[in-house]
Design a protein. Sequence first.
Length: 369
Amino acid sequence: MNTDQPTNSVKKPIQNSSGFSLLEILVVLTVMGFLIAMVAPRLGGISSSAVDTVCDSNQNRMVTMMSTFFEQTNRFPSKLTNLVEETADNTYQIPAVSDDNPENGPETLASEFMERNHFRIHYLDDDEAAELKNMGITRVLNLNAYDAYNEDGSGFKDDYDESINNDVTLATTVTKAPTLEEITVPTDTGTTPFAVAMVGIGHNDTDWDLHEDEKNWGEPDWFGRIVLGFGPENSLVTGGIVANAAHCPGGIQNADNVTYNDYNLVLPRLEATADRFEADIASLGFGATAIDGLEELQAVAYDDEPADGYVIADNDDNLKVRTFDIASAQERWQYATQCPEGHMFPADDEEFWGIDIDDDGTIGTVVTP
């Protein structure tokens, strides 16, 4: 008996499928190109805005945590980062500023950070050192990055232009000290000289060194104030108030040019520093011959740089004009923060300031004391 069963299955013909033609692919790619060209600039703006938002959020948290610490202890954190390099025993300099050339490797400080602060080395006297210690800053960590130098410190690395350092001279050779070396703020600064980074002006252990550019400052009120970094070893972190030291997203993006990327504490102007200003007013290089000139220092805020010789009284560009007192000490609570690119939170007025340092009623490029 035949057991084969008839089948009802019918094979379906395979549908004819063809790919895109070359012309169709070109049309699609052209349309996509137009879309990318229109959308990319907007995405770029969103990215930049996001970086600024994260940076502001980081600084906002830092201000909050710093305020909490200050309210609980009535002092500042210890083991902050001292933004200096020791070039030999008890001899200091401001670290190398980025030349914005990634091909020769990163340097220490962002160029914008330096341009907005115009840092100067400032050797403390005994009264300033005692005041710092009374504020709780008994120990600091010297940055000692040496990013501009060869491995043995015998000279500068290839292609680095040391003149970029904002008129601050780097030592030709250095005897390297350990990176982030912990230092106790000395009591006798005559026996153990000790220096910090100060905004705009500093005593170089011989005389006052004033930055003479009247344009493109960050914050006039920071003038004559010490800046220290919130590194991972400071007592905000080690005390558990913050989990770790935040880093600036803009600095992360610029890591091929810059190594230092911590947020910073701008200390209030010390009473001892203000006393030194008043005692040495004749030698500071300001146009005013009395302390009143420093108590009524005029400044203008702007986004677009005014022409040299901009007359403050005329104020043809309708810039915001403010008067600052940089001769007086500040209360302990008058500290500020800034990111490693030199911006404070919350932002104050416009992007830059011009300061009438020579007290001639105008904002110029270079002061002639």
